[in-house]
Write a new protein. Structure first.
Ligand SMILES: *Cc1c(COP(=O)(O)O)cnc(C)c1O
Length: 299
């Protein structure tokens, strides 16, 4: 499994004297995509050490993490249970149908109940109901995930000034910050509106893992395009043009927003001339099947 660095040739980059490498984490595994593979790695190891036979986790109906956990369970011999936010819709969408085909057992809970996903009492209830499984939080984000994501940084064998990634729960960027150990500038692009709230959560994740507090990172919160699963034509057009030009597929929730934002920052002269950037392609392309189905979007 490899996540090669691919240099992008683009007139915009040339004009601003920027070198941009895409770290193709999307190529790590065909189904355990990108950062979700990094985040699951040490969770799977811990589950094995604790002699657990079942993984239980949480997600929305189009969750990349649900798809990845289902595939990982199948590949590494764990039973998997997905606690899915909202009601069941049949036929299953492409994400859940893939998860089910990997053997994941799907349980739907109301949006209200789903909000309790971090509450101790609710987790105890689930543990009792499902015979004491290995619990993995939403998006896979915990200390094991942060550890796994430090390896994204260790895997990079070139010199660079900036490293960028998209942020959902912040687990991935926390690992990148911890792995960078105060070196370089780390830029995160939150997919959610009002992404500022993530700052403290990321700081806590980094601190829990490394005992450190770093200041060489920031969140760029202007490129959420209206929120998590909102798909704006401007973004879709950008993704299509990017794919056409560079033969690198993106999706509109995370990686599309990050690359759009990065190009915009470069256009505005925000990044210094002569800088080398590594942008982490965190994968998530399985979600595009759902966009195609729901919106007729062909990405
Ligand atoms: C889940 C996901 C993210 C967000 O990762 P966090 O660790 O939750 O911040 C980013 N990109 C893609 C493609 C994802 O699937």
């Amino acid at each position: 499994m490899e996540a090669p660095l691919q240099q992008l040739q683009d007139p915009l980059l040339k004009a601003h004297g920027i070198t941009l490498w895409i770290k193709r984490e999307d190529l790590l595994h065909p189904h355990i995509s990108g950062n979700k593979w990094r985040k699951l790695k040490y969770n799977l190891q811990a589950a094995k050490e604790q002699q657990k036979t079942t993984l239980l986790t949480f997600g929305g109906a189009y969750s990349n993490h649900i798809a990845a956990t289902a595939a990982a369970g199948k590949e590494y011999g764990f039973k998997t249970i997905g606690i899915i936010r909202g009601e069941e819709h049949l036929p299953l969408n492409p994400t859940l149908s893939f998860a089910a085909s990997c053997g994941m057992e799907l349980h739907y809970i109301s949006r209200e109940k789903y909000k309790l996903k971090h509450e101790e009492s609710f987790l105890l209830e689930l543990a009792a109901q499902f015979n004491n499984p290995f619990l993995i939080p939403e998006g896979g984000t915990n200390n094991f995930a942060v550890k796994g994501c430090t390896e994204i940084v260790q895997d990079i064998n070139i010199n660079y000034d900036y490293i960028c990634c998209a942020a959902g729960t912040g687990g991935t960027i926390a690992g990148i910050i911890a792995g960078s150990a105060g070196e370089k500038q780390v830029l995160g692009f939150p997919a959610l509106k009002g992404g500022e709230f993530l700052h403290q959560e990321i700081e806590e994740l980094v601190h829990n893992y490394s005992g450190q507090k770093y200041s060489n990172w920031q969140l760029i919160t202007d490129y959420h395009f209206g929120g998590y699963a909102k798909v704006k034509p401007e973004l879709v057009n950008f993704i299509k043009a990017f794919q056409e030009q560079h033969q690198i597929p993106l999706e509109p929730i995370y990686t599309g927003k990050m690359i759009y934002g990065l190009f915009d920052l470069i256009k505005k002269g925000y990044l210094k001339r002569g800088a080398t950037i590594v942008a982490v392609h965190t994968g998530g392309l399985q979600g595009n099947a759902g966009f195609k189905e729901r919106l007729g979007l062909q990405l």
